[in-house]
Design a protein around this ligand. Structure first.
Ligand code: FE
Length: 246
């Protein structure tokens, strides 16, 4: 089996949210897809250890927000890498309450769906949850985020609880992907900087000194050691001590 084949599957990125007895929960999902049109039904695959999964099963409702291409990374960090038990993910977030009672996140979203659970299937590590869409709306005409764009821009892999998680060391051990494109002679790049890259052990974000971190005002060519002491991971907000050299 070739694990890299799984990276050829295309996905979007979504924020799935629910609420039960006043407890709001939400997480970032790539496995959200429409499974029927009459009636309109969406399926989501949720890890059993996700707080949101139990909230969805208890309440029987969930919302799906379709994230925009230039997503606010604080939303990815809070909803994708933190637990609803540890922080209030909805604090300071623009959200509304759906017909079903599920919270819907509007920030960084281009559209949303409000769903009632009609079925759940136990898949071992995950539940496949199918919901009938009771309401939906468009929020903006901006481009939706794709998983491939996110992966390439932020050099990120799926977190452990994701249905599409693959151990990075296994991926790296596979032979290189054959290229069918005719390779042109690559021009010699001027070598700007030769420092080490550092990876955030919480979320997997890689700080590449050659690129810097323009989102945090860090110029290209800045070595990791020269980052300000209060530098934080742009994805999960972890401080510098959570970074390891790679
Ligand atoms: Fe991080």
């Amino acid at each position: 089996m070739k694990l890299k084949a799984f990276h050829k599957l295309s996905y979007g990125l979504y924020l799935v949210a629910s609420e039960y007895k006043g407890k709001k929960a939400g997480y970032i999902a790539n496995t959200t897809f429409q499974v029927t049109s009459e009636p309109e039904q969406l399926a989501i695959s949720c890890h059993k250890k996700n707080q949101t999964t139990q909230v969805i099963l208890d309440s029987g409702i969930f919302s799906v927000s379709v994230l925009k291409k230039e997503v606010n990374m604080k939303i990815i960090g809070d909803f994708g890498f933190m637990s609803s038990n540890d922080i209030d993910k909805f604090s300071g977030i623009n959200s509304i309450i759906a017909k079903t009672g599920a919270p819907i996140v509007l920030d960084s979203s281009v559209a949303w769906f409000d769903c009632k659970v009609v079925k759940s299937v136990d898949l071992g590590s995950h539940y496949l949850i199918i919901g009938e869409v009771l309401d939906s709306d468009e929020v903006s005409d901006e481009e939706p985020l794709t998983y491939q764009y996110y992966r390439e821009k932020y050099k990120m892999y799926s977190p452990k609880n994701s249905p599409t998680y693959i151990e990075k060391s296994l991926l790296d051990a596979e032979p290189a992907t054959p290229s069918h494109a005719i390779k042109e002679e690559e021009p010699e790049h001027e070598h700007i900087f030769d420092g080490e890259s550092y990876v955030c052990v919480i979320c997997g974000f890689t700080y590449n000194p050659e690129e810097g971190d323009p989102s945090m005002g860090i110029a290209p060519g800045t070595p990791f050691e020269d980052l300000p002491e209060d530098y934080k991971c742009p994805i999960c907000n972890a401080s510098k001590e959570y970074f390891k050299a790679v």
